[in-house]
Design a protein around this ligand. Structure first.
Ligand SMILES: Cc1cc2nc3c(=O)[nH]c(=O)nc-3n(C[C@H](O)[C@H](O)[C@H](O)COP(=O)(O)OP(=O)(O)OC[C@H]3O[C@@H](n4cnc5c(N)ncnc54)[C@H](O)[C@@H]3O)c2cc1C
Length: 490
């Protein structure tokens, strides 16, 4: 008999799990709190501009192509490689570093500050490559218990034990001497939502995925084409998505979840229920689990809050690349207070994405669609965002100075999301943009599980469960969850 699956949340995790299961013959239905699919991988159309509101690139493209193969479809979007991957500039100088994949070209960028860069980078990438390949087994496995996790860990090999106890920054510092090289190469730790000083060295494997293994990719027409493409495939499989419906309650019968209940009291049921909403928050808020109460969640380690600014400007910025990082003067001091200090006194570090650089259709002719991301404290540490416009103005002024183009008189569209908006739109704890951090005690067997502790017909998928955050990890998560469901016997 055909089994029915009900999925709470139409983020990438929910959509990808839905397609995997629909292709295996399950009858799938999805419910979403917001008015459109995508979750954090979303899009805003405003004043003639199109903005990707969250992710602006992805790595590990093979996770998407493998997904398409496993679902027996043609990948429903087109992506292209970014080179340079990104640019970085420091406040103290006009120099712009271009992060090329070609090591010789890359070394030339650092020739004045790090003369042996090419040889050092080869050694560094050699080690991060070994880390990447050796940890694959841990990242891509389901765990049935902590013991199962501990039995899997030794397969990584003893050569990497040191990286468990070292920070990302210290690992990079073993290979490079200049602050410029150290700061730039450790920036990728911010993509995981923490700083290089509190991110384990194991994650230097990301440098390998950036520069050697695969690279960074953008999607033709903008990142939201990923969502539109998967939703189209779901339509072909008759998967229904209901929007503007938030699950707030449940009805259980012994060790099975019978229904989830929305805000209006309507009951939604199926043989199997998959939660794509944050696995820790949902367990606490909807299932009332004590281990995930608000106080307990507050004591866990969360990734940065996100302040995001979407600007439409009626001029072009031809010299600005697709991805650009603007750093300040004291990296270590900045990293020490970025998550906890409510006083955002100096101009924060920020990232700028020019979506219209490679996708001209995302802005009117002669215009540019800009997206700024700035790591900020979450709502535990900065409760009020009444000063959001002042902070945004500082960033825009700084950007104008550093790019030598005063964009202020050219702004025709301006939208700001604070951690409050991120929290309210997607039920993210205290507005933490990437969810639970990836410290050793919150990954693998320690991360919220992708199966429920109490209800045997409930599973979780997405960035908040294993293996972790970011689009490729979410694709892996959808595979791990689908594998569990395929094995599930009533
Ligand atoms: C500013 C920002 C920039 C980022 N940039 C990148 C990037 O460049 N590259 C990259 O790889 N990753 C990036 N990420 C991370 C990436 O966006 C996430 O890891 C990924 O999108 C998470 O997908 P998900 O399906 O797990 O969760 P979500 O996208 O959060 O989806 C969960 C869905 O569940 C819904 N939901 C929640 N609660 C309920 C409920 N009670 N009832 C019904 N529905 C509910 C939500 O509305 C949401 O649609 C970025 C994130 C942010 C915030």
């Amino acid at each position: 008999m055909t089994k029915s699956v009900f999925i709470v949340g139409a983020g990438l995790g929910g959509l990808a799990t839905a397609l995997r299961l629909a292709k295996k013959g399950y009858k799938v239905e999805i419910i979403e709190k917001n008015f459109q699919s995508g979750g954090r991988l979303n899009q805003m159309k405003k004043d003639g501009f199109t903005f990707d509101t969250g992710p602006s690139f992805f790595s590990m493209s093979y996770e998407f192509t493998d997904f398409a193969k496993e679902c027996n479809i043609t990948l429903p979007f087109k992506y292209y490689s970014l080179d340079p991957l990104y640019t970085v500039s420091f406040k103290k100088s006009d120099k712009v570093y271009h992060l090329y994949k070609d090591l010789k070209k890359l070394a030339a960028e650092f020739s004045d500050v790090e003369p042996d860069f090419e040889a050092e980078m080869k050694r560094y990438l050699n080690k991060s490559g070994r880390l990447y390949h050796d940890t694959n087994v841990v990242i891509k496995s389901n765990y049935n218990s902590l013991l199962h996790y501990f039995l899997t860990l030794p397969r990584v090999g003893p050569a990497h034990i040191g990286t468990l106890f070292r920070s990302f920054w210290n690992q990079v510092s073993l290979y490079f001497r200049s602050n410029e090289a150290r700061e730039i190469l450790s920036l990728v730790a911010f993509f995981l939502g923490r700083t290089p000083f509190d991110t384990p060295a194991t994650y230097t494997l990301l440098s390998y995925t950036e520069f050697m293994h695969d690279g960074y990719f953008n999607v033709e027409g903008g990142m939201y084409k990923i969502v539109e493409g998967i939703v189209e495939e779901l339509k072909k499989e008759n998967v229904k998505i209901t929007y503007n419906t938030e699950i707030t309650d449940f009805i259980a019968e012994s060790n099975k979840l019978k229904y989830v209940v929305d805000k209006t009291g309507k009951k939604w049921g199926a043989d199997i229920i998959v939660i794509n909403a944050d696995a820790a928050v949902f367990r606490g808020k909807v299932f009332n689990r004590k281990e995930f109460s608000e106080e307990k969640l507050d004591r866990m380690e969360w990734t940065m809050g996100s302040l995001t600014i979407y600007l439409g400007i009626n001029c072009k910025l031809p010299e600005i690349h697709h991805h650009n990082y603007y750093l300040g003067t004291d990296y270590r001091e900045y990293a020490g207070k970025v998550y906890t200090s409510a006083n955002i006194d100096e101009t924060p570090y920020y990232y700028v994405n020019v979506l219209s650089r490679s996708n001209p259709e995302c802005a009117p002719a002669g215009s540019e669609s800009l997206f700024f991301v700035c790591p900020v404290p979450d709502l535990r540490f900065k409760k009020s965002w009444h000063d959001k416009d002042e902070i945004a103005d500082k960033i825009i002024d700084d950007f104008s100075k550093r790019t030598k183009t005063d964009i202020r008189p050219h702004i025709v569209s301006r939208t700001i999301y604070t951690p409050e908006d991120w929290q309210n739109q997607y039920n993210l704890h205290r507005g933490s943009g990437l969810g639970l951090s990836h410290k050793m005690m919150q990954i693998g067997g320690f991360r919220p599980k992708n199966y429920d502790e109490q209800f045997k017909n409930v599973f979780y998928t997405g960035a908040s469960t294993i293996p972790g955050t970011g689009l490729p990890m979410v694709m892996i998560s959808s595979r791990l969850t689908a594998e569990r469901i395929l094995k599930y016997k009533d």
